[in-house]
Design a protein around this ligand. Structure first.
Ligand SMILES: [Zn+2]
Length: 365
């Protein structure tokens, strides 16, 4: 089977698999298939998360890359009548987007359906279909294009966070092909949109070494000062937390080095649009940092309060892969790169003492 490190091909394979919180099975199978094709070692943990590892230099500080498989969608609760189902929406989408008649897709089976009326005070809705169902539907997603490439962008129902998952796989495949000496663990988790359930189960387990640097990969709502098309964003914090200063500095030093040599762009910003998995890992005692790419139509919230495909820049996603490949390889330099600043400050302190004490002498005479 042909292998590809092409981020668009990987993204396309994943994004054509509809997903929702707790209903990630199809896209997870695709991830496992891609790992198998590329001879990457992976395991499914007791909660259904996937851990992919490439440990050609196991003595190195572990570099953990985390992204999630799910996306906001409907979970089917029960049948109300022939062709009518009660469903609960899981994930953050404002009420105004839930218009009656919006096209949906019931899964499995890709059955065309429509959004019906809201039921009660919670996020429960009726879903209607006039098609015959071979099997009981489990979940539903917005009926949108699965995946398309236009004007240098990926348009898809789910960029958040299958773009991040595709980037993890691209990083691991490239490092494997280059026979790089690295210690990388990809954590591809479930049910992030309902409160990072999958990431919490991994963070609280003993699966990850405690001295790992955990980096969350996300697509994140485009917010100033970050701009789509200007490269990967080193995310210094999210809506809830700011991340580890040394870990963030490490990524920034690697990015600055990359930017010297080729047409690599990066940005550094606090992306306050949402809370990402780095907050979960950080609260469980891990050193964390985060990267993301700017996302358009976040959670399918398009202009005019209409449901629309999300989009990201292909170049941004490519620069995310480039940065993380370089960072994985730079891990032996971690101490050197993160100590450049404190060493510079020590030199400045010596100079400060010299100059200020001289001034002080001249003032007092
Ligand atoms: Zn999200």
């Amino acid at each position: 089977m042909a292998k590809s490190t092409d981020i668009c091909e990987l993204a396309g394979r994943l994004m054509r698999r509809p997903t929702a919180p707790y209903h990630e099975q199809a896209v997870r199978s695709e991830v496992e298939q891609i790992c198998a094709e590329n001879r990457l070692r992976f395991e499914r943990d007791a909660f259904g998360n996937i851990l992919v590892s490439l440990q050609t230099a196991p003595a190195q500080k572990p570099f953990v890359l985390a992204a999630h498989l799910d996306h906001p969608g409907f979970e089917i609760i029960r049948s109300l009548a022939p062709g009518r189902w009660l469903a609960r929406f899981l994930g953050g989408v404002p009420d105004i987007y839930f218009r009656k008649g919006v096209p949906l897709r019931l899964m499995p089976g890709s059955i065309p359906a429509r959004l019906g009326r809201k039921v009660g005070n919670q996020r429960n809705f009726e879903i209607h279909t006039n098609r015959h169902l071979e099997q009981r539907p489990r979940f539903a997603v917005w009926e949108l294009e699965d995946f398309a490439l236009r004007r240098g962008r990926i348009y898809a129902r789910v960029c958040d966070d299958l773009g991040g998952v595709a980037a993890i796989l691209a990083v691991l495949i490239r490092l494997k092909r280059e026979r790089a000496r690295v210690h990388v663990i990809g954590v591809i988790s479930r049910a992030e949109e309902v409160g990072f359930h999958g990431a919490l189960t991994v963070a609280a387990s003993r699966k990850l070494p405690k001295h790992s640097l955990v980096v969350s990969l996300e697509t994140s709502r485009e917010l100033p000062p970050a701009k789509m098309g200007r490269g990967v964003i080193i995310r210094v914090g999210d809506r809830t937390s700011i991340f580890d200063a040394a870990g963030t500095r490490f990524l920034t030093e690697v990015a600055a080095r990359q930017a010297l040599h080729k047409s690599f762009q990066f940005q550094r910003a606090l992306m306050y649009g949402g809370t990402c998995e780095a907050t979960a890992y950080q609260e469980f005692g891990f050193q964390t940092a985060a990267v993301c790419v700017a996302l358009g139509n976040y959670h399918n919230c398009g202009p005019g309060n209409r449901i629309a495909a999300e989009y990201v820049s292909i170049e941004d996603l490519g620069s995310m892969v480039d940065l993380l490949v370089a960072a994985a390889k730079a891990m032996p330099d971690y101490r050197h790169l993160t100590r450049k600043l404190p060493q510079r400050l020590q030199t400045m302190l010596a100079e400060a003492r010299r100059k200020l004490s001289r001034d002080h002498d001249s003032l007092s005479t």
